[in-house]
Design a protein around this ligand. Structure first.
Ligand code: ASP
Length: 440
């Protein structure tokens, strides 16, 4: 069967099974558009409340789940050689997928030139309306790259846990888990403890998913109502380039990547993770979606050994959708302000987008803040930077929903590929969509 047919069928299957979440997204879009013209504070408050309840519930399980998954995953891999092999493969695959995203974003932006003539939309007026967000981003921009990496090493892990800083948490847990694997049988009590923690957090994730449809509905409705449709008119070219880029990555790059590096069918994988994809879209947070990504992958045959190692790291380091957006956004601003895009500058933007995206957190809006890292070297005046940022902020949420969808999907693509390469995948489960019913 042709690849695109397989993908369409998979999406159809996913939609059938997860129709309630899908319906939540569609209804959210319509209600959001309606509410934009008929603002009602009470309805807006209720939507925000319902959305936040859902986000907070899933965030609640992220840390115990990440910690227990990594500890069980690494101690079950056991020997250092295998761990090194998995780790190297993971970095390589994530690197390839992000680099392709950057190349696609760059090529489309240079070809379609969405920024030409766009300066008229980037006004001081927009800057004033999103002042606080811009101020935060500008402040974060002060730090240099070395400081950023320094921040990944937790001087006090408990502080990182309390603050929910995912990268330092993962760094600490990785080192701790490798040490546990090294000390041999004496690690049993701790590993058994975390096995129980993992099982319980997975159970909670299942329960929380009963709340996914209203949660995703409310999040989508309040996101759409905050910008309405009119804004799309003025930025249609920019948004168009982004959507084409996202679609190429999703429907061409991922399937080809899977075909090239594994025997995994993109159709089956997409059907397996349909629920996680929709929650990623609704929440715009790959960290918050992580429990569900792990649940979907494991229940459809990707071994715990692989998913518990590759997915948490992916949700922390792999942001190909974000990298694509950052490349397009920076080239867009450069075109709007008439910055000459030399080949050297374009390559610099691409490389910085790979770094900036991987340093971002899997939470809403993080990708736009780390974009500052790339904009720094563009030679824009402080006023242009503020106005440029402000412009990007106005359509932040909608682009975030799409890029997070990609970020989460590519985590699963890489996990499935490594699982295939290492014989850690049960194809009977993966290729049997009926198995998915168990999760919902
Ligand atoms: N919201 C994205 C994510 O969680 C990160 C970003 O802002 O690009 O994956």
């Amino acid at each position: 069967m042709k690849l695109h047919m397989q993908i369409l069928i998979a999406l159809g299957l996913g939609i059938k099974r997860n129709w309630h979440i899908f319906f939540g997204i569609i209804a959210g879009i319509f209600v959001g558009i309606y509410l934009h013209g008929h603002g009602n504070a009470l309805v807006a408050n209720i939507l925000t409340f319902v959305g936040q309840v859902f986000i907070r519930l899933i965030q609640m399980v992220v840390i115990p789940l990440v910690v227990s998954a990594i500890i069980i995953g690494i101690t079950s891999i056991g020997d250092n050689k295998q761990l090194g092999k998995f780790g190297t493969k993971m970095v390589l695959y994530y690197g390839i997928i992000t680099s392709i995203a950057v190349i696609i974003g760059g090529a489309l932006a240079l070809l379609i030139k969405p920024g030409l003539g766009a300066a008229q939309y980037i006004t001081a007026h927009t800057a004033a309306s999103v002042q606080t967000s811009v101020a935060t981003a500008m402040e974060q921009q002060q730090g240099n790259i070395l400081n950023l990496f320094l921040g990944f090493i937790p001087s006090n892990p408990l502080h990182s846990f309390a603050a929910g800083d995912m990268v330092p948490i993962i760094v600490f847990v990785l080192i701790f888990a490798i040490a546990l694997a090294r000390v041999g049988d004496v690690n049993r009590p701790i590993v058994s403890f975390f096995e129980s923690v993992f099982a319980a957090t997975m159970k909670i994730t299942d329960w929380i998913m009963f709340f996914a449809a209203p949660g995703v509905f409310a999040l989508t409705a309040s996101a759409v109502s905050s910008f309405g449709v009119d804004i799309f008119m003025s930025i249609s070219k920019y948004l168009g380039v982004l959507l084409i880029g996202f679609a190429i990555q999703m429907f061409i790059v991922y399937p080809l990547f899977l075909k090239f590096f594994s025997k995994v069918s993109a159709a089956m994988l997409f059907s397996a993770i349909a629920e996680a994809m929709m929650v990623a879209f609704g929440t715009a947070s790959s960290s918050a979606t992580l429990p569900l990504t792990i649940a979907c992958c494991e229940k459809r045959g990707i071994s715990h050994k692989i998913s518990s190692f590759v997915l948490p790291l992916g949700a922390t380091l792999n942001f190909d959708g974000t990298a694509l957006l950052q490349t397009v956004a920076v080239i867009f601003l450069a075109q709007a302000y008439g910055v000459v895009l030399t080949p050297f500058l374009v390559v610099q933007i691409g490389l910085l987008a790979i770094i900036a995206s991987s340093t971002c957190a899997g939470i809403p809006g993080a990708g736009l803040i780390t974009i500052a890292l790339i904009l720094n070297g563009m030679g824009l005046s402080p006023e242009q930077l503020v106005a440029g940022f402000a412009f990007l902020f106005t359509i932040e949420r909608i682009t975030d929903m799409f890029r997070t969808l990609l970020n989460v999907t590519s985590d699963a693509v890489v996990a499935a590929t490594i699982a295939d390469n290492e014989n850690e995948i049960n194809y009977d489960l993966l290729n049997n969509p009926a198995a998915y019913e168990e999760i919902a």
